[in-house]
Design a protein around this ligand. Sequence first.
Ligand SMILES: [Fe+2]
Length: 257
Amino acid sequence: MTDIPPSTSPDATPGTVPEAPVPNTPVPDAPVDAPVPDPPVKDRAAAWHLLNQHTQSASLLKHALSVEVCVRAYGEQHAAELGFPPDQARAMEQIYAITGLLHDFDYEKYPTPAEHPWVGNRILTEQGWPEEIRHTEQGWPEEIRHAILGHAQYSGTPRISHLDKALFACDELAGFLTANALVKPTKSILDVNTASVLKKLKDKAFARGVNREDIRIGAAELGVELDRHVAFCLAAMQQHAEALGLAGTERETGQSA
Ligand SMILES: [Fe+2]
């Protein structure tokens, strides 16, 4: 996102993410206690730990998780396009997932353009994330940090890699899709369809905090038509609706069969 994350707008929200191999599904309402030592291995679980060390807001955590789902899906697709074998594909997915998860991890404590995402970038560097992640053997020593810097328009960091572009393209859209779900009577993203999302993108009164131009630019940079981009991210979030807390309330309240 640019200067203000969707999660800071009243429309923003989401839930949790699964992740093929995410053993402990993150619980947005239960941040990790700060004094816990940093995990030695910089994997997705370590990213979740780091995010929780710096973020108390449930909506920010949910935003991170919804962006993770979308960016990870693009990573999975990209690995398939590149013909990666399973192990490399999983490594690429993890990089994409971690990037989505961490892209705003410093925002709660350091929200100004002078701080975010610069402070986060420094923390990642100090904790050795680039080097730790190098075991993927894909030559991405700074890929996560670069993508995170690039998602802030004002940073001046060019979006070059597919990951850079995927993160930027998914950031605002994930918040917008969440807003679309929350205005449904069921509050379920499963009741959202691409056509209605495209229509609401033109409705300037709806979810005004979401930057439509960033969404359009993001899709264009990624080389994907806007409708396909919306459909792709919507499908990714629908696939993880329950984990994201967007599976709906009707069933819970007994208002429907
Ligand atoms: Fe964001």
